[in-house]
Write a protein that binds this ligand. Structure first.
Ligand SMILES: Cc1cc2nc3c(=O)[nH]c(=O)nc-3n(C[C@H](O)[C@H](O)[C@H](O)COP(=O)(O)OP(=O)(O)OC[C@H]3O[C@@H](n4cnc5c(N)ncnc54)[C@H](O)[C@@H]3O)c2cc1C
Length: 387
């Protein structure tokens, strides 16, 4: 086989691309992974130390097998690498005063979470306000909340997961090109040409996992399927003793509210007693260009976050650090994992819409199956690229 001819090329090595590369290399195919930066990096959607994971997935029951399989794969990666990737700290998810509050396209997130847990036999408890107050006094309650607690929910370390999968992929024979922007992906008859400044490469199939940049490789009629929004992450001091916020005492959590912009979620004090707690909400007001967005978080944005979070949580005034990140969102909040509508050699994967990381390890497996076999064991119906 000539050196510029591959079975599969993976374009973009973030959460999804690194998982796909690992799974493809495990199956022994000739695979090249290319990224414009040196992953893990802080320019895309997969940085900021932690990503929340839960098995009762309120965004839809079709996501549950992906989250469950991802937990299994992360344990496999931990055994192979000696690195800690997944921490099951317990997860607490509760609604505000009004039950109906959309999260990632799910109109009644807590009810749907409970239903998914019941359907798949996932260990959980439904909590009333009294039980919530006594179990998690770190939050402020207003009397009408509905709560769900899942002991196996927790967080994944995104940078570590990417790094481990890339390292294992290389040790299994994959080739990785870092700091190599792909300038064109051109489907030809029965193959795909991938153009970089290191030359053009050809593959039988290409997996396109370019995150917030995916539209750049698609025809103009498809680009409005992927809206990119700037998000922010904040690490605040707490009000009172940090002991109450350490892992073991404090869970990962999501607190829904009246609108999707008022959702609050966060993590325990994973950086120890002096690192603060990471909190975030979601912004869908203004779309952005991933190459031109303002990466800095302003004082005004910190003040807005403090005002939102302090309604629900005992946080202090001091924001230790903040960073920005990118959501790529489809109109219905579902993922896109599908063959290109006109070129079956090209597989598109945009599993973000703000909730993709917890599924990424299994999505890598799904993408490897699609690239090699043309089909997958996972349900894919909701992820088709409809126009
Ligand atoms: C702030 C924030 C919080 C989140 N919280 C959660 C959470 O708690 N739980 C959860 O499950 N999910 C969460 N998500 C979503 C999750 O992180 C994303 O679904 C996931 O990271 C998307 O991965 P990706 O591989 O699609 O994109 P990325 O990881 O960004 O990877 C895309 C890669 O493609 C590369 N690329 C792009 N263009 C080119 C090119 N021309 N040439 C070469 N390479 C290219 C980029 O450099 C990048 O490395 C969150 C996302 C954000 C932004």
């Amino acid at each position: 086989m000539p050196s510029d001819r591959w079975d599969v090329i993976v374009v973009g090595l973030g959460a999804m691309g690194s998982a796909a590369l690992y799974q493809l290399s495990k199956r022994g195919v000739r695979v090249l992974g290319i990224d414009q930066f040196s992953p893990p990096h802080d320019r895309g959607s997969s940085h900021g130390d932690t990503r929340l994971t839960r098995l009762g997935v309120g965004e839809g029951a079709h996501y549950v097998p992906l989250a469950m399989r991802s937990h299994e794969i992360w344990r496999e990666l931990e055994a192979a690498s000696g690195e800690e990737i997944l921490s099951e700290t317990g997860g607490f998810f509760f609604s505000g005063e009004e039950q109906v509050s959309p999260v990632h396209g799910a109109s009644d997130f807590i009810t749907a979470t409970i239903a998914a847990a019941e359907q798949f036999g996932i260990e959980h408890e439904v909590l009333d306000v009294e039980a919530m107050r006594s179990r998690f006094p770190q939050f402020k309650y207003y009397g009408k909340e509905v709560g769900y607690y899942e002991p196996r929910a927790g967080f994944v370390c995104p940078e570590r997961a990417i790094d481990v999968q890339l390292r294992l992929a290389e040790s299994q024979g994959a080739t990785v090109w870092r700091n190599t922007p792909v300038t064109a992906v051109e489907p030809e008859d029965g193959s795909v040409r991938v153009v970089t400044d290191r030359g053009a490469q050809t593959a039988t199939r290409v997996v396109l996992t370019a995150g917030a940049w995916i539209s750049r490789f698609l025809e103009p009629q498809y680009s409005d399927r992927f809206a990119v929004y700037r998000q922010m992450l904040f690490w605040f001091d707490v009000d009172g003793s940090i002991d109450d916020f350490m892992p073991g005492r404090f869970p990962v959590y999501i607190r829904t509210d009246r609108t999707k912009d008022d959702v609050l979620y966060g993590f325990p004090a994973v950086d120890g007693p002096n690192g603060g707690i990471k909190i975030a909400s979601e912004q869908y007001l203004a779309q952005c260009d991933p190459d031109r967005m303002d990466r800095d978080v302003s004082d005004e944005e910190v003040a807005q976050m403090h005002a939102l979070a302090s309604r629900f949580l005992r946080i202090g005034q001091c924001c230790q650090r903040a960073t920005s990140c990118l959501f790529t969102v489809t109109p219905d909040g579902e993922f896109v994992i599908d063959f290109h509508p006109r070129h079956s050699e090209l597989i598109l994967a945009s599993p973000c819409s703000g909730h993709g990381f917890k599924h990424s390890a299994a999505i890598g497996e799904m993408l490897a199956e699609l690239a090699i076999d043309g089909e997958t064991r996972f349900e894919r119906g909701p992820f088709v690229f409809t126009q």
